[in-house]
Design a protein around this ligand. Structure first.
Ligand code: F3S
Length: 403
């Protein structure tokens, strides 16, 4: 890989040990992917995890004197104040989050703690080269915004934020962004939840960049978020096209770069039903809690929950994970207070895979509208049925599934 004099100086340590360390890692990645050069980025998002390995790496960069050339936004950790106030945080959990916060602050990150930076605070434009980690963020940027990013890991995007460059390969190159698999959707896919289920058919779709046809042209932003998120639960997806909707797919010809797709797949209702069965437990006799906001709920989604409750207090605790920005908005409109009285807790800046916050739910039975949530929480024995948000709220009111 050929470096510019500036990049070579970084690698040689002329800009300090921290930048050299980040550049060494990126140069190795670039060599691995046979990149010819490194190109500048204008944005970064780091999927920090507030777990030991992540903090170790960030602290190591900081100790070497690294500072971000491009201040990245960051993924959820957890709000110590919120979870300590609820009596749910161990001293160890508090300490890891404190170290995470200090390390990333020291590196110059913008501490947004959200997995929907494309809604608030870090919105890439069409064609912008960026470095985004977090599976739902990178696919949204490539597919819906038309920006260009690798599906980075937390460490590689942090290195990119430090140096301000990424090796050029994969999704940064035109030839890799065209569709390979034509997916004809014959299933009923209209609601946000049905888009999530469509995303769960990744195994049937297989490798490559899918091009969806047969979907009604009107869909919500949240539906597009759900599709990309769940495509990366059931498979691996850097980018998808929807003909007539996503910006690189105004026609099938544009989406595929004028070539014939390599494969064609048809998705039916049976595929969606099978996908739901694979990711959902069979509900038991009670619903102990509802978990929403994976990815973080938008303001509209939070408001929709209030609409579904219609002033009735839920028997089961409803958690909604969201960004600090949405929480601030909900506080300013009175929505947060209204929801708190109905047994809904708006938890800012956290993630369903934070055992430090949600370990106490292990062994319990809940319901979520997000297959990704069910998958992640299943790792620490939190069992979740997967249903649309309308059903989640109905069950929360009853404290049990309907028979
Ligand atoms: Fe966000 Fe965590 Fe889900 S980062 S997408 S809440 S697994």
């Amino acid at each position: 890989m050929k470096l510019t004099p500036h990049q070579q100086d970084m690698l040689d340590g002329k800009h300090g040990k921290g930048k050299a360390m980040a550049m060494r890692i990126q140069a190795a990645i670039g060599e691995g992917f046979m990149a010819k050069r490194m190109v500048p980025i204008s944005r970064a998002h780091v999927a920090l995890s507030a777990q030991e390995a992540d903090v170790w790496f960030a602290e190591k960069l900081l100790a070497a004197g690294a500072e971000c050339a491009i201040p990245p936004t960051v993924n959820p950790g957890y709000s110590v104040n919120c979870f300590k106030g609820l009596g749910l945080l161990s001293p160890e959990g508090e300490e890891v989050m404190r170290r995470t916060h200090e390390a990333y602050k020291g590196l110059g990150a913008v501490l947004t703690y959200s997995c929907t930076p494309y809604l608030f605070g870090n919105i890439a434009r069409y064609g912008e080269v960026v470095s985004f980690s977090e599976t739902s963020v990178s696919v949204y940027a490539n597919s819906v915004l038309g920006a260009r990013t690798h599906r980075e890991g937390a460490s590689s995007s942090l290195c990119a934020a430090v140096t301000g460059y990424v090796p050029e390969y994969g999704m940064l190159l035109d030839e890799n962004r065209f569709g390979d698999v034509l997916v004809t959707v014959k299933a009923k896919v209209e609601s946000d939840f049905e888009f999530a289920l469509l995303g769960l058919t990744g195994a049937a779709i297989g490798d490559g960049v899918p091009v969806f046809q047969g979907l009604a042209p009107r869909m919500s932003t949240e539906a597009l978020i759900a599709l990309g998120t769940q495509l990366n639960v059931s498979g691996v997806c850097d980018k998808y096209h929807i003909i007539g909707v996503t910006p690189d797919a105004m026609s099938l010809e544009q989406a595929c770069g004028g070539k014939r797709p390599e494969r064609e797949v048809t998705i039916t209702d049976a595929h969606l039903e099978e996908a739901l069965r694979a990711y959902s437990i069979s509900p038991g006799d009670s619903v102990d809690f509802v978990m929403l906001g994976c990815p973080h709920y938008s303001y509209e989604q939070v408001a929709a929950v209030a609409g579904l409750l219609r002033g009735q207090k839920a028997k089961a605790q409803i958690w909604i994970l969201t960004s600090g920005a949405v929480l601030d908005l909900a506080r300013s409109t009175g929505l947060a207070e209204e929801l708190a009285a109905l047994n809904v807790l708006l938890a800012p800046g956290t993630c369903v895979d934070q055992r430090a916050c949600f370990g106490h739910l292990a062994g319990g039975c809940g319901v979520t509208d997000s297959p990704k949530c069910a998958y992640y929480m299943g790792v620490f024995d939190v069992r979740l049925a997967v249903r649309d948000v309308i059903t989640c709220i109905r069950w929360a009111k009853l404290g049990r599934p309907e028979k």
